[in-house]
Design a protein around this ligand. Structure first.
Ligand code: HEM
Length: 169
């Protein structure tokens, strides 16, 4: 019995000239570039310019926070999902306060510590403390929520973006 593919479907070495009917379509699909660092990659011996992946891969992972209600919802969702109970903390669920107090006021129970600086996430205590411990007036506060788990980088970025956009109401 004759074995193997019919001659029209024979695999053809990439780059070689077709030898018979149908063989021009017999090449396997082009492989994906195997390097992500070089300036070019070789496909079948032919250099092609390397195209870097989109820079904002995670940008859609957490939806943009368009209002204070979105900020509240993100914190509520996070503490509920992870069974975090801030009622034993000095501040409680302070993101439930009204907009003006949140944007201009201090962290309840933590004297003299502003929650945020409108338009400046890098100087905002809330963003800083979600990323790691902060020292304020000689006192060091641990990363929040105390004991973890901690918000993902995407969530913190979304919050920082909201603050940098001057905290849309
Ligand atoms: C600028 C922002 C914040 C400041 C200054 C702050 C400060 C504090 C302080 C001083 C304590 C008590 C001492 C300690 O356990 O370290 C505390 C406890 C705590 N905080 Fe915060 N916090 C902030 C934001 C947050 C946020 C956003 C969450 C939740 C998402 C949170 C959740 C908690 C929890 C769960 C505790 C422990 C409660 C317990 O021991 O029962 N904090 N925080």
């Amino acid at each position: 019995m004759k074995r193997g593919l019919p001659s029209q479907l024979r695999w053809t070495k990439p780059g070689s000239a077709p030898r018979g009917p149908g063989e021009a379509f017999a090449c396997p699909p082009e492989p994906r570039p195997r390097t992500s660092t070089g300036l070019s990659v070789e496909l079948y011996g032919v250099p092609k310019p390397y195209q870097s992946p989109p820079a904002t891969v995670n940008a859609t992972a957490v939806p943009r926070l368009t209002s204070y209600a979105d900020v509240k919802a993100m914190f509520d969702m996070f503490v509920t999902t992870h069974g975090i109970d801030p009622s034993g903390s000095p501040h409680g669920t302070f993101w439930a306060m009204d907009y003006d107090s949140f944007v201009t006021g201090d962290v309840p129970g933590v004297d003299g510590e502003k929650i945020l600086v409108e338009g400046d996430a890098d100087r905002s205590n809330l963003v800083r403390i979600l990323k790691g411990p902060i020292t304020f007036d000689g006192r060091t506060f641990e990363q929040m929520p105390a004991g973890g788990p901690f918000l993902s980088a995407d969530m913190i970025d979304a919050l920082a973006d909201w603050i940098n956009r001057e905290c849309p109401r």
